[in-house]
Design a protein around this ligand. Structure first.
Ligand SMILES: Cc1cc2nc3c(=O)[nH]c(=O)nc-3n(C[C@H](O)[C@H](O)[C@H](O)COP(=O)(O)OP(=O)(O)OC[C@H]3O[C@@H](n4cnc5c(N)ncnc54)[C@H](O)[C@@H]3O)c2cc1C
Length: 337
């Protein structure tokens, strides 16, 4: 391979410091690669955005970067314990991460030679690993009133909504948890969901986990929660919301706050501009990549984490352990920087 040795600053640039990016950085450091991670927001930013006090659903072994290093107070960690674990891991291992620096453009300027532009500078690298997650675009209902300030596409906490009319739209675990937390802490909580999502029990279909569903059913019995079987949301207004139910009847509910929690999508534009092929899956568009190396059709461009088909934190951590040694071997063969 013909590298322009003098101008390439890094052997590897990693975009994103979630579990995938941190795992990749640790592997790269172990192998002595000259690498840099650029993170748009904070270390573990997706976890930072989880609801305050949430207990995650994964077991400790699925979340650990190294075996026997995460010790939650109970069986599973809270958001705070997990965030602290990843942040301390970065600091204690002195991983080379620059946060609050979004990557805005990646261009190929030669064979295995990329220019990475961020909000704060320009870098050159022989390889680029995209580990930027799938939270860029929260899905929207596309209805009138969705831009009102009382409408949120992220759920952080319950306390501002005590004794207020809160409506959560969605059929997955995040929506179920938000409706539950709101009901438990004294909001008038309504979960607006499709009946098929409420009745779904196969975890592979992204349904509400049974340990969230059971307490939701208890809240229903105690009349602390309503479930509205949705046809569609028609309009969100200052003081109420207009819904169509599953039978086509129109209802107007009093409303103070709406949480639209119907998933989110990655922004694949930077990859597409590099010529990386994508394909449609049940998760939406994902990049096409080699199952063994996670290298895309553009030599030197790799992907890992939640926007690939290796979902969840366990996959985000495991994949870099497998692929970074292969990437390093390829760099060694090409004698890049
Ligand atoms: C409420 C909630 C609860 C969840 N609970 C669990 C659970 O219990 N177990 C589980 O396995 N999964 C859970 N998940 C999913 C889990 O959070 C993801 O699978 C995981 O975060 C994926 O890791 P990642 O490193 O691929 O992506 P992310 O963690 O999303 O990290 C990507 C990072 O890239 C950064 N980034 C994005 N664009 C750029 C850019 N242009 N430049 C620089 N940086 C950029 C982002 O800021 C982010 O920090 C949950 C998700 C939610 C929303």
């Amino acid at each position: 391979m013909d590298y322009q040795l003098s101008t390439i600053n890094y052997q590897l640039i990693i975009i994103g410091a979630g579990p995938a990016g941190i795992s990749a950085a640790y592997e790269a450091q172990k192998l002595g690669l000259n690498y840099l991670v650029l993170e748009k927001n904070l270390i573990g930013n997706t976890i930072y955005n989880y609801p305050v006090g949430l207990t995650v659903f994964s077991t400790v072994n699925e979340l650990e970067l190294l075996p026997n290093t995460l010790f939650p107070a109970r069986e599973k960690p809270t958001r705070e314990e997990l965030l602290s674990y990843y942040t301390r891991f970065v600091l204690e291992n002195n991983l080379n991460i620059q946060w609050e620096e979004a990557v805005t453009k990646v261009e190929q300027i030669g064979e295995n030679h990329f220019k990475i532009t961020s909000e704060k500078g320009e870098y050159e690298a022989a390889t680029v690993l995209f580990a930027f997650g799938a939270m860029q675009y929260p899905r929207r209902l596309g209805v009138k009133g969705e831009d009102l300030p009382k409408v949120h596409h992220l759920f952080r906490e319950t306390y501002p909504w005590v004794k207020k009319h809160a409506l959560v739209v969605g059929g997955g675990n995040s929506a179920g948890e938000a409706a539950l937390f709101l009901a438990e802490e004294g909001a008038f909580s309504t979960l607006a969901t499709f009946r098929k999502d409420w009745e779904e029990t196969d975890p592979k279909q992204g349904c509400i986990k049974h340990w969230v569903k059971q307490p939701l059913e208890q809240q229903l019995e105690k009349n602390c929660l309503d479930v509205f079987f949705l046809g569609r949301v028609i309009e969100i207004r200052d003081k109420d919301i207009v819904l169509e139910d599953e039978n086509g009847a129109i209802e107007t509910l009093p409303n103070d706050v709406v949480f639209v929690l119907i998933g989110s999508d990655a922004d694949l534009t930077m990859l597409e501009n590099l010529g990386v092929e994508t394909r449609n899956t049940k998760y939406g568009a994902v990049p096409v990549y080699n199952e063994e190396t996670f290298e895309t059709n553009v030599s030197g461009v790799y992907v890992a984490g939640h926007f690939t088909e290796a979902r969840h934190i366990a996959g985000a951590i495991e994949v870099p352990k497998k692929i970074i040694p292969k990437l390093a071997a390829k760099l060694e063969k090409g004698k890049a920087v």
